[in-house]
Design a protein around this ligand. Structure first.
Ligand code: NAD
Length: 292
């Protein structure tokens, strides 16, 4: 509703330190399935088997195939208007309704790397002297990082191209049909390019600590407006950030298809597709979002 948008923009304009917490719903319009939503790709498997350190020890082949499958989907996807709106919001020289000196930080739980890609697209159409490096935290890591499992090595390699190893080619077809090829020999799985040990996907699994928690906590502590975008708010610590901002006297705005756990604390609720409602609420036109 228009009045909601007007009130939302008034709060935005008055804010000094805005954060956005994003989840899988942010990337839904890019064709990346959410976990809990309909058609979630985990529907046939237990999270514990696919995204925990124990699951990886039990069956590294299955876990790698799952991540390769996700990685392929993400690699072939493109940022949508919600990613673009957040990219514009992180640029004081072009954004609207947010004072130039206001800090904006995006904390995403997504591992698809679409937010940095939206920033990169936008960077291409702003004069370099006006472009500001966005405050962006990918707290659950990235599907495109390949991490050495040998602790003393710990080498991380970022690689957007695919396939990362021949053994995994075709995993997506098998996953799509709900059948997993159980036999990809461990020697065929991605290895560390430095020491040759078995490598693992560089995403944060259940039971592991998100990246840069202390730094993010400091920012959340001083935030006065929190946008919660496309997350079921069921994974901590991110799920608690909206509560924290609210408890500190700040305001909370929700962008989700449906009501979530953070709902009770929300000052604004935009229930609908965030790729439409987020740019609208922020006051951005299609032209504002258009990439080069
Ligand atoms: P989730 O699947 O639990 O929740 C997604 C939420 O997004 C739901 O509440 C749903 O109603 C909402 N949603 C779906 N489409 C939407 C749209 N177009 N507009 C607005 N809202 C929409 O996801 P989560 O809360 O992010 O937690 C799952 C965990 O899984 C996270 O840790 C995340 O790292 C990971 N994950 C990441 C990706 C990705 O990188 N794209 C995809 C799936 C899961």
């Amino acid at each position: 509703p228009l009045q909601d948008i007007k009130d939302f923009q008034e709060v935005l304009k008055a804010s000094k330190n805005v954060i956005a917490i994003a989840g899988a719903g942010l990337s839904a319009a890019s064709g990346i399935p959410t976990f809990r939503g309909e058609g979630g790709m985990w529907r046939k498997y237990e999270a514990a088997d696919l995204a925990t350190p124990e699951g990886f020890i039990d069956d590294p082949s299955l876990v790698w195939q799952f991540h390769h499958y996700c990685r392929e989907i993400a690699r072939q996807a493109s940022p949508n208007d919600a990613h673009r709106a957040l990219a514009v919001l992180s640029q004081p020289s072009i954004r609207k309704n947010l004072a130039p000196q206001t800090r904006f930080t995006l904390i995403t739980q997504n591992v698809d790397h679409l937010s940095p890609r939206a920033n990169k697209e936008l960077a291409g159409r702003i004069p370099p002297s006006y472009y500001q490096e966005p405050n962006l935290f990918e707290i659950h890591g990235r599907l495109f990082d390949v991490l050495c499992t040998e602790e003393t090595c710990g080498h991380i390699e970022f690689n957007l191209s695919s396939p990362i190893c021949q053994g995994l080619a075709g995993a997506e077809i098998l996953f799509e049909n709900g059948v997993i090829n159980p036999i990809v020999d461990e020697e065929q799985l991605p290895r560390c390019s430095k020491c040759g040990s078995l490598a693992r996907p560089g995403v944060v699994w259940f039971g592991e600590e998100p990246h840069k928690l202390a730094e993010v906590d400091e920012i959340v502590k001083s935030a006065d407006f929190c946008l919660v975008i496309g997350t079921s708010s069921s994974v901590y610590p991110a799920a608690g950030y909206a509560y924290q901002v609210k408890d500190n006297g700040g305001k909370v705005a929700l962008f989700n298809l449906e009501k979530t756990d953070s709902d009770r604390k929300a000052d604004f609720r935009f229930l609908g597709p965030c790729e439409e409602f987020l740019p609208q609420a922020l006051g951005f036109t299609k032209a504002d979002l258009k990439s080069a």
